[in-house]
Structures are given as C-alpha cells and as structure tokens.
Design a protein around this ligand. Structure first.
Ligand SMILES: *Cc1c(COP(=O)(O)O)cnc(C)c1O
Length: 432
C-alpha cells in the first residue's frame, strides 16, 4: 500500500506511468550500491562529529563579530575543526573567500612569487582558472606577476604521463596544482589514492614542491581526503560539498601552517593574516552545514548513480558509467543534441523547491567559452551542492549534473528530466 501511495504521488507530480516504471526498475537494482554510500557517509559523519566534540564546539562559537573581527572564537574554532577533519596543521575557512575560484586564487597568489613556475600535471584546469593563471591573457593574472605555467596532459586512457611530468619539473617549479574532479571535462575524476601516487612521484623528483589539490566536489565522497595522502594544501568552496547546503557563501584552504598563513596574508594583508575577518553571524550555518555535509554528499552521490544508470540504459554516453566507482558528485550525460540538453535542464528546474516555474535558457556567462544553460532552483544562489545542471551549448552536448540536498529531491529531478525528454519524443520508444 505504501508503495502505491508513493507511486500515485509521483503520478500527481507529473511523472508518467511508463517513465516511473522504467526508472523504478532501475532504482531497485541499486540497493547494494546505495548501502555502500551510506557506510561512507556514516564514517564521515563520525569524522566530523568527533572533530566538533574534540574542539568543544559550543553555542558561544555561533556569536557574531563585526568590524575587524579580532578574536572571533567561532571562526578560529571552525578552522581548527576543518584542520582536524583534513588532518592538517591549519585551515583558513572564511566567508570572505567568495567562491572556489577565489579560494584557489588566494592559495596560488599567496604561495607563488615572481620567477616561480606553476605545474598542472593533470591537464587543463577548471575554466575559470585560465584567467587566474593567465592561460587566457587577463589583467592581474599570475602570468602578469611573472609566474610561469606549465601543463602536462593526462594520457588518452586517463592515466598520468609520468615521463612528461618528470621532464616538466625544474628548479623553478614551486607549486603543483592537482584538480581532483573532472569539472566540465570528460576526463575521469581522480581517486584520492591516485592523487597519493602522483604526489609520491612528484616528491621523489623534487621533495620541496608544494602539492595543492583543487578539492571542489570531492569532499566526503571517500573516507580519506588528499591531505591524507601527502597533499600540502586542499582548497574548495563552501557552496559545494563541505557547506552541506547551509553555508550561504565561503571557501576553505587547509594544509601546512606555512602555506595556509601565506594564503591568509594574501586574503587579508601581510602581517594581519588570519587575525582579522568578521564573520557577521555566519559561523552557525558554516558549522551546521559541515555537520550535514556527509549526508548531503551521500544523497548527491545516489542521485548521480541513479542518473548514470537510467541514461546509460536509454543509450546515452555517461561519465562515470553506471557501474564504476565514484570520486566526485558530478555526473556527465552526453545527450548529443542542444534541444535534449535544454529539455534535461528544464526537467531539473521544474523539480526544484525554489523557482520551479522558471524556464532556463542558454546564455553567455563570464568565464565560459560558449553559451551555457543552467538549471538551479537553489536556496543559495549558484550553489551546486543543491540539485543543479549545467551544459555548455557545444558538441558533444553533454550536461553536467550534480547535487541534491536530499536523495529524494535528486531522484525527483532526474525523473522530471526523463519526463521532459520523453514528452519531447527524444527517448528510444523501446525502453517504455
Ligand atoms: C566549482 C569548481 C571550481 C570553482 O569554484 P567556483 O565556486 O565556481 O568559483 C574550481 N574547480 C573545480 C574542480 C570546480 O568544480
């Protein structure tokens, strides 16, 4: 009976019987997989909880500071909790870190000096970093300050090109940036274990390299983080995984004390570093979001796996595929036609708790090469730990789908995306 009720609830919510039957049959096959995700979430919940217990998080830490923000106990304790979770000496966790790109920029500018070289041994970095590094000539880029850049692409099978990496490292190579997640590319996401192997190799060539990991979308997906396998710095956004959907803004940089301090000197001012920065009442959602993050990430992962299984069965190319292990929360689905990605995004939007009635359109966005369509019915503007989908309108017409504060919402979003494609007649009849 219960099932029947849920079933009619979905029918009333705009999903056709044929779409429901197809998607439910796939969900039933994923039970064991979901149990493993729950176990990871449980482990990470304990990791977060133990860090909060150890640092005696208390109501006093939710108090607000203004002005300079000297002696903001809540801020300093939150940074200690982050350092505990990532097993690092220190952390900088601030609402003044405006985005992932900004946090990465602060970490890079803080730790690089004129004449130094930055190396990416994992191919092209995230689009927005092209301007930061100066790959795309941009005012104020690292390049303008005399920091050079070198890149070694992954081999065609997605593995590291160790020989090229070896020859790319020389006396000026100071910092290595390793992007954990595929971002908007179709290369595979790196596991923490793979990142560890790469770092060991880099260290064997030049022991004093600063190894930084762009950790965006990877936090709490596995039970270990890049700093557990030798990374000196991890950097990410609080409106992705570690903010748990509650952080309204912010970013983090965790790692060796010296490198975190260098970043803090760049964020505020040389000499001031971590001492200043008012939290304006944001400590409480930053703590609570971190507390919820392991569960939220598990819901997002289930959504990604559900989508991969459905769209693969419908005949589309999906990365990661239906069965391979997950190292981030992003799901890429290649839908082959611009109209199909527009329909997909409109389905995600229609399922949203906020702005469900809005119809997304492709648009030119700063920092992106082509037009982009974005579906996001989010409580926090631009939050991509909330259910969201983005697609650049260019071949191979792949949509990147991520997030979902709850598994049930992610599920409904995917059902809606299938429904929109079904309504438009784009799906193979044989499946229904
Ligand atoms: C999202 C993301 C960024 C940039 O973060 P923003 O908050 O969008 O500036 C950088 N790297 C990766 C891998 C990302 O996923």
């Amino acid at each position: 009976m219960e099932n029947t009720d849920l079933y009619s609830m979905y029918l009333q919510s705009g999903i056709d019987k044929k779409v429901l039957d197809f998607c439910f049959s796939i969900e039933r096959e994923l039970k064991e997989r979901f149990e493993l995700i729950d176990t990871t979430a449980e482990f990470n919940q304990m990791k977060v909880l133990n860090a909060m217990r150890k640092h005696k998080v208390s109501e006093i830490h939710f108090a607000s500071t203004t002005g300079y923000g000297y002696n903001d106990l809540g801020r300093d304790t939150l940074e200690a909790v982050y350092a505990e979770i990532f097993h690092t000496e220190d952390a900088l966790v601030r609402p003044q870190l405006m985005s992932g790109t900004h946090a990465l920029t602060v970490a890079l500018f803080g730790n690089l000096r004129p004449g130094d070289e930055l190396l990416s041994p994992v191919g092209k970095p995230y689009d927005t970093l092209e301007s930061v590094i100066g790959i795309t000539p941009t005012k104020g880029s690292l390049k303008e300050y005399g920091v050079t850049y070198r890149q070694v692409d992954l081999l065609s099978d997605g593995s590291f090109d160790y020989e090229k990496i070896r020859s790319a490292i020389h006396k000026n190579t100071k910092l290595v940036t390793i992007q954990r997640s595929k971002g908007y590319q179709t290369r595979p996401t790196l596991s923490v274990e793979q990142i560890g192997e790469l770092i060991s190799f880099l260290r064997s060539i030049k022991p004093d390299l600063i190894c930084m990991v762009d950790n965006c979308y990877g936090e709490f997906v596995q039970t270990i983080e890049p700093t557990d396998v030798g990374a000196d710095l991890v950097v990410g956004s609080l409106i992705k995984n570690p903010g748990g959907g509650l952080a309204p803004t912010g970013g983090y940089i965790a790692g060796k004390k010296e490198f975190v301090e260098n970043a803090a000197y760049r964020l505020s001012a040389p000499g001031l570093g971590k001492e200043i920065g008012a939290t304006l009442g944001l400590n409480q959602p930053l703590y609570q979001g971190l507390f919820l993050a392991p569960t939220v990430v598990s819901g997002a992962l289930k959504g990604a796996i559900f989508a991969a299984n459905i769209y693969e069965r419908l005949g589309y190319f999906v990365v990661p595929n239906a069965v391979e292990p997950r190292y981030d929360i992003i799901q890429a689905v290649t839908l082959n036609h611009p109209e199909s990605i527009i329909a997909f995004c409109r389905g995600i939007q229609a399922a949203a708790p906020v702005d469900s009635y809005v119809v997304p359109e492709p648009w030119a966005m700063p920092g992106y090469h082509s037009q982009v369509i974005m579906a996001a019915g989010a409580f926090v503007q631009g939050s991509s730990i909330e259910l969201s989908a983005d697609a650049p309108i260019e071949p191979p017409y792949a949509v990147y789908f991520q997030g979902g504060l709850t598994w049930y919402h992610a599920k409904f979003g995917i059902l809606m995306s299938v429904q929109k494609l079904y309504d438009a007649g784009y799906l193979p009849k044989a499946c229904f």
